[in-house]
Design a protein around this ligand. Structure first.
Ligand SMILES: [Zn+2]
Length: 301
């Protein structure tokens, strides 16, 4: 592994200076880690359910109780200071208001850093310990749209605002997907996106997909066909794993068929070199290969 440090940059976020070093790391391509795969259901409530685990992974609260109280106090102070500015100060914002906004931004930046830390540990662990990681292919909406120019956050300049919005990006699906894609290439895993519809409505036992098995808005899945009951996110993660496995099998078989009838055995002798570059026929799912720079295959699930 070769390393060099070509640059360093200094940025100021929420009044705190950060230094980033650009490190160029040459990694040789990693062989498949040959571990069992998994499916992951990412919840909106800062959690993830992994198909081979029994408990969801929950993100620890990103602010301590003290910090939450302080944030609440600051938000109230800000509201008071804004109404003072509007009523008694001809709409001019005071230095104190700017200070308050800055304090709020600092707390939020800290919160964002902790969330990002959770996401990093999770994606590293997933890629390191699984031969593939199946996840839902969710279209990531432009969550930061409207971040510019709403003008309801006086006292913070555009750059500081952009910083905050970057903070929001720390645990959204797009960031997890981005991390999984490049970490798969580091740890010999494959990042597999499968179609999302119905994952939490499909029974892991009898494989019937039925919205009635998800009556109510709780987290309980109760199969109306076979009676299986379980945590809806766990159910979803199992279905995601199943779809990912099916997709992989299809890609491999297609590649073998294209490569032409040589027998394959478990020692690898006589096997064909499997490449997936010829299978992007249908849409709906995609695989990021361990080598990263390789072709992206897709197939319908
Ligand atoms: Zn069932």
């Amino acid at each position: 592994m070769q390393r060099s440090v070509p640059n360093a940059s200094f940025t100021k976020k929420a009044g705190v200076w950060h230094v980033s070093f650009g490190v160029h790391v040459e990694r040789s391509s990693v062989a498949w880690n040959a571990k069992p795969g998994c499916g992951v259901d990412f919840g909106v409530a800062c959690s993830a359910f992994v198909s081979d685990e029994d408990e969801p992974r929950l993100m620890a609260p990103s602010l301590t109780e003290g910090e939450k109280r302080r944030l609440l106090g600051l938000e109230r102070r800000k509201a008071r200071q804004i109404s003072y500015a509007n009523k008694d100060n001809q709409g001019r914002y005071s230095k104190r208001l700017r200070r308050t906004t800055n304090e709020i931004a600092k707390l939020k930046a800290r919160q964002a850093a902790r969330r990002l830390d959770f996401t990093h540990k999770l994606t590293t662990d997933l890629a390191k310990n699984h031969g593939y990681v199946g996840r839902e292919d969710l279209a990531v909406k432009a969550m930061t749209a409207g971040a510019k120019g709403t003008g309801e956050d006086p006292g913070t300049n555009v750059a500081a605002k952009a910083g905050l919005n970057r903070g929001i990006l720390d645990n959204i699906p797009g960031e997890r997907a981005r991390q999984l894609a490049y970490k798969a290439t580091w740890y010999g895993s494959a990042d597999i996106a499968v179609p999302a519809p119905g994952t939490s409505q499909t029974c892991p036992e009898c494989h019937e997909r039925d919205p009635l098995s998800r009556e109510g808005c709780g987290r309980l899945f109760a199969c109306v066909h076979c009676g299986y009951e379980g945590h809806a996110d766990k159910v979803a993660s199992i279905e995601i794993d199943r779809r990912a496995g099916e997709l992989l099998a299809r890609i491999v078989v297609e590649a073998l068929v294209i490569a032409g009838g040589h027998p394959v055995n478990s020692t690898g002798r006589g096997s064909r070199k499997v490449t997936t570059s010829q299978s992007p026929r249908a849409e709906g799912a995609s695989v990021n290969h361990p080598q990263g720079h390789g072709p992206t295959a897709s197939a319908a699930a």
